[in-house]
Unconditional design. Structure first.
Length: 157
């Protein structure tokens, strides 16, 4: 994956961080026979299903606006416009928020307390290695327009 000088210089696909954390948590929980969530299967299924639908909806809402505005979804490519409408009026990172909801749902469906415990680490990695780089790039690319947007809209929710 080649980075461009006018992109955020993120060198890996962010969904891979979520997938790796989830896989490690589920595998470690099973390998070491760590306790699960302590919830009945039907309750886990209900909440897991609801969270996965919410996560997909939030992610697609963000990605759909990028497509509509014809700007790059891939974080190492240059953005052609700053998207601040739709779901971006409430969160600056709907795609990462959606991935976190999907992560929680899959961890719940797999009854993996270990994966849930790893989620803050995953979000920390996303914050430091992805979001911080994206925000620095957007400040360079869009200047005061992006700085004003940052003051109006929270990073996650």
């Amino acid at each position: 994956m080649e980075t461009t000088s006018d992109g955020a210089n993120v060198r890996f696909p962010p969904p891979a961080v979520y997938a790796a954390g989830l896989a490690i948590g589920i595998a470690a929980g099973r390998l070491f026979d760590w306790p699960g969530l302590g919830l009945r299967g039907e309750l886990r299924s209900f909440f897991g299903g609801a969270l996965i639908l919410a996560g997909i909806a939030v992610s697609l809402a963000g990605a759909g606006l990028f497509v509509r505005h014809r700007t790059a979804i891939i974080p190492y490519k240059a953005a052609s416009s700053l998207v601040t409408s739709g779901i971006y009026r409430w969160t600056r990172n709907p795609m990462y928020l959606g991935l976190a909801l999907i992560y929680l749902s899959v961890a719940g469906l797999f009854d993996s307390l270990a994966a849930i415990i790893l989620l803050p680490l995953v979000l920390g990695i996303i914050q430091v290695l992805v979001i911080a780089r994206e925000e620095a790039y957007l400040e360079r690319a869009f200047g005061s327009e992006y700085l004003a947007y940052k003051t109006r809209v929270r990073r996650w929710i």
